[in-house]
Design a protein around this ligand. Sequence first.
Ligand code: NAP
Ligand code: ZN
Length: 352
Amino acid sequence: MAIATHGYAAQSAASPLAPHRFERRDPLPDDVVIDILYCGVCHSDLHTARNEWKNTLYPCVPGHEIVGTVSAVGDKVTKFKVGDTVGVGCMVDSCQHCASCDEGLEQYCENGFTGTYNGPVFGGENTFGGYSDKIVVKQDFVLRVSHQSNLAAVAPLLCAGITTWSPLRHWGAGPGKKVGIVGLGGLGHMGVKLASALGAHVVLFTTSPGKEADAKRLGAHEVVVSKDPAQMAAHAGSLDLIVNTVAAQHDLDPFLNLLKRDGTMCLVGAPEYPHPSPTVFNLIFKRRSLAGSLIGGIAETQEMLDFCAEHDIVSDIETIDMAQINEAYERMLKSDVRYRFVVDIASLKQAA
Ligand code: NAP
Ligand code: ZN
């Protein structure tokens, strides 16, 4: 006896997302059953639904920015009870005994973590994400949500929030540091909010001149239109850290030139086609680093959620019905997201 679930799935790289019925497993002793309230729409959902990373298993039910209510728990669950408000991000399992898992860095699990959707990185059964009305997750991969209101706007913290928080913390964003965020989309707008809340001087780099006022309202101290060489030159050699969230292939050299000696640009955007290799001289003459970062571990995701609850930080969202998801993807491709779409899962129940 499994749990009947309604969702939205892509059946192939070329097909739009459409209603899909499937089953969740009955809870194992360590499992939490969650009635999903909201699910954010990440650009990774689009990359995966359309097989842009060439690893998609179909049917594909995306969604890894999940907030919901616990509806049942397995016999051995100690951390959650029925009625709790909880979150699920990009992972639902990992080996939990390798060096990375031991350090709480499950996203770098040496045996491959299990993604919330399209999960089996190194084999195993497919997993189905949050564009659905229920999910069953091992308690160790469930997060506590202590925000008291605006839960739809909390959902994007589970991916966009942690993916920017982790590199900001790792490279020490804070007072006295000049931090650049590239791209004002879902990840970028959380990067601006979090870097600013951590006390850094924040410069937002955008290709969309119309986003300047919003960037300042979100916490950026300065805004640079990255296509304007004069505006870029004004920041040459001055940044300690850049978090680059751009979802498309682009030239990295203009951004590397903005770093100070020993500065780091961390790529979190994961485009379909690779960036051209940057010019070596731009790295060696100032001992600059080009790095990457993947989401964040469970403990640091909880730390970020608690920090956001304490500082009253949520995402700026546009709530949509599940049936609007294909249109939302097209708008995301035009950089027309202000600044995260979030699906109201009640719309899915009504449609079912
Ligand atoms: P998004 O909402 O679409 O935002 C991306 C932003 O990048 C756009 O709003 C736009 O900002 C800028 N941009 C888009 N196309 C561009 C182009 N051709 N040249 C320059 N700038 C461009 O996407 P997202 O959900 O934030 O995700 C961003 C990327 O991060 C995706 O590739 C996603 O898969 C990846 N991701 C990675 C991780 C990880 O763990 N590393 C986790 C989640 C997502 P402006 O209008 O301001 O220029
Ligand atoms: Zn994501």
